[in-house]
Design a binder for this molecule. Structure first.
Ligand code: ADP
Length: 490
């Protein structure tokens, strides 16, 4: 195992990080973190409650008073050092991800590169939060609009990208001059705490980044504290639609600004004109990365009738030859476990109910025997738009192929969902590529491309997939408030 050669222990903390100190829960309670591949206990971290969260908010509010006045160049330098430390420790950080979350080790290294890049990108953007001077409506007035940090930001993040979901938010927030209280998912607190340790080394001052760890039982009370505490100006959440909606309604009480990255139901459309080999390569990534557990994973694979059979056959072959299920540290493994047993049960029931309604299993369709939360990569054909595998977010390694006849039909099916995060299509018809990319009601469209996320561009959903955006030159604006300053002159 590669983990043996790395010095992970030094980055694995068993305390939360508040006001620059490593702290326990006031109650003294802890909860265990386990490896989803083996069930082994990796360690314990504080099970904090609402009062611990409140203390962290107080620390973040106090630190905000000085952090907001630091020079952008200073914040930029600190973020840059944090980025460099993440790169330096990429093996240990990646090992922690595979240990607590299960994704294959190469995927974990990929996540650390991606995660660190957000810190680098925002170290660059920190110095470019330009406002503007606007022509005045009167001779005796001068008007300018400036951008200032919104204040303390609370962040709630999921387990599927334990590092990158935090840096994408924290990089932007810190660059803008905000301070942070984050609650990472209960499944993956270790990656978050390791990031804090590197932040401290990079020179992030006490109280600027705070991480509060808790079990699922305390997630809701801490979420409530974040939404209702008047010292918090903004909530940034990545997770399910249902929890996002709960937080939004709770935020009404204090009119918090919010950024919401919620679920998706991504269509992956293959037109008759597509290069099928390229489309197969694309769908293998868009569907099976992180064992299907990303919110931009292809959920409904729509294939035009002229290439349907060819595509399904080629996909079956690719799944058989390219995917290997197992412990993420085993060489050659591409498909780690699902995050927990509940996730396996859900995937199993989606597949079974589709089969009951007439879908056919071409590959897989079963759990992997033995320990760990494994489900075999699965290919279903003859799927219809009414089946729950089409209407629900699968979040697992199941490729559900639906046949369609016309471009219009494909676009109608693709858009007939309340979600609007990622979408993909493959075509070699240039006019079609313009028509379809403009017609899709999604915040992200991959045209003959399935890897479309990077720090330089935006990540955000339309419709019920969310509010606001992360990354790119717009990501930092989510943490800045506009101020109109109007001067009366004599
Ligand atoms: P997922 O299906 O990815 O676990 P969730 O929305 O359930 O998505 O979880 C995303 C994050 O939100 C996790 O950190 C989880 O602990 C947290 N969470 C779950 N329920 C609540 C809640 N009621 N209030 C605040 N946070 C919550």
């Amino acid at each position: 195992l590669r983990m043996a050669s790395t010095n992970v222990a030094a980055l694995q903390k068993d305390k939360a990080y508040v006001d620059g100190k490593w702290v326990s829960a006031k109650s003294g309670k802890t909860f265990e973190v386990t490896n989803p591949s083996t069930g082994a206990v990796l360690g314990s971290v504080p099970d904090m409650d609402r009062s611990d969260a409140q203390a962290a908010v107080d620390a973040a509010y106090k630190s905000f008073q000085s952090w907001k006045t630091t020079l952008p160049k200073e914040r930029s330098d600190i973020l840059r050092r944090w980025f460099e430390l993440c790169v330096k420790h990429k093996k240990e950080l990646a090992t922690l991800i595979t240990l607590e979350m299960g994704k294959s080790y190469p995927e974990s290294e990929g996540e650390i590169a991606y995660s660190a890049n957000f810190l680098e990108w925002y170290s660059e953007e920190a110095r470019r939060t330009y406002g503007h001077v606007t022509p005045s409506s009167a001779q005796n007035k001068r008007v300018m609009v400036i951008k200032q940090p919104v204040g303390v930001v609370a962040m709630i993040t999921p387990w599927n990208f334990p590092s990158a979901m935090l840096t994408r938010k924290m990089g932007a927030a810190l660059a803008a001059g905000c301070t942070v209280v984050a609650r990472p998912a209960e499944d993956t607190p270790l990656s978050a705490l390791a990031l804090c340790q590197l932040a401290e080394q990079a020179g992030v001052p006490p109280g600027v980044v705070n991480v509060v760890t808790s079990s699922r039982d305390n997630a809701s009370p801490i979420g409530k504290e974040f939404c209702e505490n008047p010292l918090i100006s903004k909530i940034s959440f990545t997770g399910s639609c249902n929890v996002g909606k709960t937080l939004l309604s709770q935020c009404a009480s204090t009119v918090k600004k919010t950024s919401m990255e919620l679920g998706g139901n991504a269509p992956f459309i293959v037109f008759d004109s597509a290069d099928v080999d390229k489309a197969i390569q694309g769908v293998m990534f868009a569907k099976f990365r992180v064992t299907g557990q990303t919110c931009i994973c292809a959920n409904r694979i729509l294939v035009q009738e002229g290439v349907y059979d060819k595509f399904v056959q080629a996909l079956a072959k690719a799944i058989d030859s390219q995917l290997k299920v197992g412990d993420g540290f085993e060489p050659g493994v591409t498909q780690g476990p699902l995050i927990n047993k509940r996730a396996v049960d859900k995937v199993e029931s989606l597949v079974n109910s589709s089969v009951d309604q007439g879908a056919k299993v071409v590959v897989g369709g079963t759990r992997k025997e033995g320990a760990g939360n494994f489900y075999n990569p699965t290919l279903l054909r003859d799927v219809t738009t009414e089946m729950s595998v089409s209407t629900e977010e699968i979040f697992g390694p199941v490729a559900a192929c639906i046949k369609f006849k016309t471009e219009e039909e494909a676009v109608t099916i693709a858009n007939s969902t309340r979600y609007g995060l990622a979408s993909y299509f493959y075509t070699n018809d240039i006019s079609q590529s313009y028509r379809v990319s403009e017609a899709l009601e999604f915040g992200m469209v991959g045209v003959n491309e399935s890897a479309m996320t990077s720090p330089e561009t935006t990540f955000g959903g339309w419709k019920e997939s969310g509010l606001g955006t992360e990354g790119g030159k717009y990501g930092i604006d989510e943490y800045l408030a506009l101020k109109n300053i109007c001067y009366g002159i004599q």
